[in-house]
Design a protein around this ligand. Structure first.
Ligand code: 4AD
Ligand code: MG
Length: 467
């Protein structure tokens, strides 16, 4: 026999003879002849209703002392079906003095109450906010998404790998590295070698893909981002996939699209479990979120345009004063306002933008055969409404001479930290490519909360707290 049931198990199992549960008080309502406790235990967005008939005054002291936030255990409760109510059953406790025990008290200052709190308020309580229905649901949603991603890659015959997080190279070449600091004894870092926290595990994944054909990983990545926006974190989780023998960049986008759709499908299958019951005003209501999931699956293929086409579309719109800050110009990176407009206003759908100018992207991307002056690379970004870029990937330059030339053009230290990477092109090299997806960005987008700080339990950013 189990020592106690979780809330999630009780909803799944159905009627039980006697039930023991443990959890936290969401709310208590004390009436003349009965008291109702709403109990949550964090395993589900649902709560348990516990009904306590009051036959005499003996349990009153106990019931009056029960407060939102306390942890309690309840033993030998009876299962009572309530088919006409919102919750299909409740638990009846006849002898509360014997059956209910307070395990952990709260102070009078306990800040979370049964009502819906604003996100702004919840964010001021990094150590407590996850107990709110909304934030708790967001973490369960994230856990579900991670499992759905793993299932997708397992089905597609990708091997899950574990690349290092300490590295000597700047994969993206953007200089946003956190340096591993020196020990007190040494003037240099990490046992005398220049070492950083990884910004992307891609370079190591390329080596692994050349051994395993298809691999993927989910790791923390670190970027000393100065931009403190609702889509940037200094520590975030990236899903990266890398595989050999894709035909072209369109094959990469197809895998990315199928991956996101597989996640969305599994979210829809479990929507009753995943959607929060108490949603702050500033967040999207449940119907809108579910509708978005359905729309994402409904459309056959998300649109794909080239960067050059994107600039043409944006330039027409720019004439109408849509982007007062940044004029869209061939050769410049797309700004987040451009990305959001393209996906949110123009296509009203996720959209793949391919073939960016070489100088907008990283050194490892495969060069296209373009006319001079308009050099592009075989890459893509996946843009979604409200968020802009959620994923980016490319075919990798597998031509040794071109890779070396590009690294030299960028004045990179090719012979030092990256000679192993360059050497991969000499030993059984193969056409390969892949992408990286920001997990918090995907979670926020799917969940309808456009601030990625809520999609990670304890967020790290340039100006945030660090507890
Ligand atoms: O576009 P990025 O920089 O691409 C790479 O790092 C490639 N090496 C990935 C690959 O091909 N294997 O980052 C990939 C994704 C972005 O699209 C974005 O969603 C997310 O990672 N990302 C961030 N998310 C939160 N905070 C940040 N500071 C992020 N920087 C990138
Ligand atoms: Mg990118």
């Amino acid at each position: 026999r189990r020592s106690y049931h979780t809330v999630k198990a009780l909803y799944q199992l159905g009627p039980q003879q006697e039930v023991d549960v443990k959890g936290w008080i969401q709310s208590i309502r004390l009436l003349k002849k009965i008291a109702f406790i709403d109990l949550r235990d964090g395993t589900s967005s649902k709560t348990l209703k516990i009904a306590i008939p009051i036959r005499d005054s003996s349990p009153l002291d106990l019931l009056k002392s029960i407060k939102t936030g306390q942890s309690i255990s309840v033993s030998s409760a009876q299962w009572v079906p309530t088919p006409h109510r919102e919750q299909p059953f409740e638990l009846k406790v006849i002898d509360p003095l014997k059956r209910i025990q307070v395990l952990g008290d709260v102070t009078p200052q306990y800040p979370l109450q049964k009502k819906s709190h604003t996100l702004q308020f919840l964010r001021t309580l990094p150590h407590l906010k996850h107990r709110s229905n909304y934030m708790g649901s967001l973490l369960r949603f994230r856990s579900h998404v991670e499992l759905a991603l793993a299932t997708f890659f397992q089905q597609e015959h990708f091997t899950k790998v574990t690349p290092p997080l300490l590295t000597s190279s700047d994969c993206e070449g953007a200089g946003e590295l956190f340096k591993v600091d020196s020990t007190a004894a040494s003037a240099q870092s990490y046992f005398g070698r220049q070492t950083y926290l990884t910004v992307s595990t891609q370079l190591h994944l390329e080596a692994l893909a050349l051994a395993l054909s298809k691999c993927w990983t989910l790791t923390p990545c670190f970027r000393a981002e100065k931009s403190d926006t609702n889509r940037h974190l200094s520590e975030f989780w990236m899903l990266e996939a890398e595989w050999c023998f894709p035909k072209d960049v369109h094959e990469l986008t197809l895998v990315a699209e199928n991956m996101v759709k597989a996640v969305v499908k599994s979210c829809l299958e479990q929507k009753d479990e995943l959607i929060p019951h108490i949603i702050p005003e500033e967040c999207e209501p449940a119907e809108i979120v579910v509708q978005r999931w359905q729309n994402l699956l409904g459309s056959r293929c998300w649109p794909t345009i080239t960067y050059t086409e994107a600039i043409e579309i944006l330039a027409t719109q720019h004439k109408k004063q849509a982007f007062p800050k940044y004029e869209p110009k061939w050769g410049s990176a797309l700004q987040s306002e451009h990305e959001k407009w393209l996906a949110g206003e123009y296509f009203k759908s996720p959209v793949f933008v391919t073939d960016y100018p070489r100088d907008c992207k990283a050194f490892y991307m495969k060069q296209n055969d373009d006319e001079a002056g308009r050099e592009t690379v075989a890459c893509f970004d996946l843009l979604v409404p409200g968020m802009g870029e959620v994923a980016g990937g490319s075919m990798r330059e597998d031509n040794l001479a071109k890779l070396v030339q590009e690294m030299d053009r960028r004045q990179m230290n090719r012979k030092g930290d990256l000679d192993w990477y360059v050497a991969l092109r000499k030993e059984g090299s193969a056409p390969h490519g892949g992408y990286g997806l920001g997990v918090e960005r995907l979670i926020s987008y799917l969940y309808g909360n456009h601030n990625i700080r809520d999609a990670i339990p304890f967020h790290r950013s340039a100006t945030g707290t660090i507890e």
